[in-house]
Design a protein around this ligand. Structure first.
Ligand code: FAD
Ligand code: SF4
Ligand code: SF4
Length: 401
């Protein structure tokens, strides 16, 4: 329930202006805010009140209330590439998993799609499994902002009451999901590597814990919706069904500049960020076994011959030999190339969680007991400084013939 602290309320009317549901008014006589019956508890006004005069007391969801929450929702994140707006791949991956969860629950799968010129994205979302798209269009959603997106998506969640909401654990997803969880007082399990439904219809959220040494199953029994984020490349992208159609429900978005406390003045893409190991077809990944920073030139030489991208284990990032965007693993990126070379990498669990989705893994390590060999499709026990130069020679000869 939304409470007004009458003493603290100054009657400034900011809450009136930001509420997407016209559910709070300032009484002209008392000059104090008054909450109306149609309040959805979306939390937007609580966030906007500068005088801390508003608060929401949230209680654990009762068994009866649990039944009101239905359907699996996915946040439809998109990106602008060369002036074209495209859905992020992780959304399709989440739709694949979301479809599986929704079918197990006998519920629907929907996407919350927020932005400005985004209608053209809906068709493809249906092809990848969505039954419905909540289309939230507004000038102020043309660029991502924490406040703008959290306000709109929290409002949709508060009204539609889904049982599960999934987010891509992208930079914006990592920013948005906790904001919504905070606003609606929900649980959030970040960086899930597995999602399933148990016999009591609860979401089982699996993720590495304690430095990756155990896989924990996390439940949110007292709050709804259950919310999880999943990194790109963790779940496979399903095959699109171009005959599948769905329903587009246009949401009446009420957003004003006062809702958004930040302004993007300029966007500068970092040089390092330009290396997208998560999108590479072939990755040549180096570990501490390369010995010296100068030896990375051999790795780059091999990558050039294969038209591949270079990545590395955390050991090399900690040493400052490669930048963080090129790190594979639990505290780096999750990758799923067609071909992954692990060169002088031992295969610690924190590395493996980031690359086991690769189609084919080739490992070279001089230690025959290195854990990397347990998951490699092809393993070569030997010295990378003997094997890689021979391999490069072989590739060059093949190219010339
Ligand atoms: C919370 C947490 C998060 C972490 N996140 C990540 C992460 O995201 N990514 C990650 O990678 N790690 C991560 N780690 C670190 C991880 O536990 C390992 O320490 C790290 O992966 C080891 O990197 P490495 O395999 O390159 O080095 P090492 O474990 O030192 O292995 C080097 C390997 O090279 C082999 N070798 C040596 N010389 C040669 C040679 N000439 N030819 C062939 N083989 C050779 C050795 O036999 C050895 O197996 C994390 C750890 C923690 C606690
Ligand atoms: S924003 Fe806060 S202080 Fe202003 S009218 Fe609303 S409750 Fe009162
Ligand atoms: S919680 Fe949401 S719906 Fe309720 S008054 Fe505040 S902004 Fe309006």
């Amino acid at each position: 329930m939304l409470e007004v602290d009458i003493e603290a309320c100054t009657g400034c009317r900011v809450c009136e202006r930001v509420c997407p549901f016209a559910a709070i008014v300032v009484d002209p006589e008392t000059k104090k805010a008054r909450v109306l019956d149609n309040c959805t508890l979306c939390g937007t006004c609580v966030n906007a009140c500068k005088f801390d005069a508003l608060s929401i007391e949230r209680k654990a969801v009762s068994k009866e209330e649990l039944l009101m929450y239905k359907d699996v929702f996915v946040w439809g994140e998109w990106e602008r590439k060369e002036d074209k707006i495209k859905t992020k791949n992780v959304v399709f991956e989440l739709l694949g998993k979301g479809r599986e969860l929704a079918d197990k629950l006998g519920e629907s799968l929907a996407v919350i799609l927020a932005g400005k010129d985004i209608e053209h994205l809906t068709e493809e979302l249906f092809y990848y499994g969505a039954d419905k798209v909540y289309l939230c269009k507004h000038e102020l959603l043309d660029q991502y902002s924490t406040d703008g997106y959290a306000t709109v998506i929290s409002s949709v969640i508060a009204v539609e009451k889904p049982s599960i909401v999934l987010y891509g654990a992208t930079p914006n997803g990592r920013d948005l999901a906790p904001r919504i969880a905070g606003r609606l007082a929900l649980g959030l399990t970040a960086d899930c590597t597995g999602l399933d439904i148990d016999e009591s219809r609860q979401l089982i959220q699996t993720r590495p814990a304690f430095g990756g040494n155990i896989m924990a199953s996390i439940f949110s029994p007292y709050t709804r919706p259950q919310m999880s984020s999943v990194r790109p490349n963790v779940f496979p992208k399903p095959k699109p069904d171009k005959t599948k159609q769905g329903i587009v429900e246009e949401v009446d978005v009420k957003l004003s500049p006062i809702n958004i406390r930040t302004k993007i003045i300029e966007e500068i893409i970092s040089q390092d960020e330009g290396i997208k190991i998560e999108e590479a077809n072939i990755l040549v990944s180096a570990g501490r076994g390369i010995g010296l920073k100068e030896n990375l030139s051999l790795i780059y030489e091999m990558a050039e011959e294969l038209d591949a991208t270079v990545s590395g284990s955390r050991a090399l990032i900690d040493l400052g030999w490669l930048p963080h965007p090129q790190q594979v693993g639990q505290s780096g990126k999750t990758v799923a190339p067609n071909l992954y070379f692990a060169l002088g990498i031992s295969g610690a669990i924190q590395h493996l969680v980031g690359m086991t989705s690769s189609d084919t893994i080739i490992a070279i390590n001089k230690d025959p007991d290195a854990p990397i060999f347990k998951i490699a499709d092809f393993g070569i026990v030997g010295d990378i400084f003997e094997i890689i130069p021979e391999f490069i020679k072989m590739l060059r000869t093949k190219k010339q013939s």
